[in-house]
Design a binder for this molecule. Sequence first.
Ligand SMILES: CC(C)(COP(=O)(O)OP(=O)(O)OC[C@H]1O[C@@H](n2cnc3c(N)ncnc32)[C@H](O)[C@@H]1OP(=O)(O)O)[C@@H](O)C(=O)NCCC(=O)NCCS
Length: 190
Amino acid sequence: MFKISPFTASDLAASEALLDRAFGPGRLSKTSYAVRDGGAPVAARRFGARDEKGGLGGSSACWPNLIGDGDRPALLLGPVGIEPALQGRGIGAALIGETLTRAAVLGFRLVLLVGDPAYYVRFGFLPVPADTVIMPGERTERLQYYELVPGALAEANGPIRRWQHGPSPRPATGSPTSGRLSSAAGGYTP
Ligand SMILES: CC(C)(COP(=O)(O)OP(=O)(O)OC[C@H]1O[C@@H](n2cnc3c(N)ncnc32)[C@H](O)[C@@H]1OP(=O)(O)O)[C@@H](O)C(=O)NCCC(=O)NCCS
């Protein structure tokens, strides 16, 4: 039985090792990593799936990103990785479900990810149409979106880029909760 809970500092090393086993060597050279953080302490929402003894069976993270010249951040989901021996037991689905719930609570409108469409379609992710959101260096069909607010994709146009620290990105309006964004914290806070 696995339970989903937020990361603690002690999960970081175990998570990195798990992701190496799940994705194999070379994962860090992917474009999706390059747009996540630039060395600055961009805040991430990370979740772990833990067994009764606290062992990490899966992990997920997400990062705020800007799109084109817009100033409203979308959430880039990933990496989501499950310990190879534990794959196929619903742990990935539980982590993704928790992340989407949390993203809505934080006031995000749009979630993006790079992954296998055949897996993510079950959560409602769809491939981004051509000439909308772009992740340079990634195959277009692997870039997918999920609208937390209907019409959110239409607000986004251009390449995904790092969330540069500086002026606080505009909080989402019409969001389901009072989630806010804070550059002072180097990230977003609930
Ligand atoms: C992809 C991943 C996150 C899914 O998590 P998981 O806990 O194993 O998956 P779940 O138990 O939630 O779902 C299992 C279902 O997803 C399917 N599935 C798993 N990975 C898939 C993939 N890459 N493409 C299509 N379907 C996939 C399984 O066949 C299974 O289907 P079923 O419900 O019809 O039997 C996990 O397998 C993983 O970390 N894989 C290694 C990394 C990887 O290959 N990533 C590529 C996808 S981004």
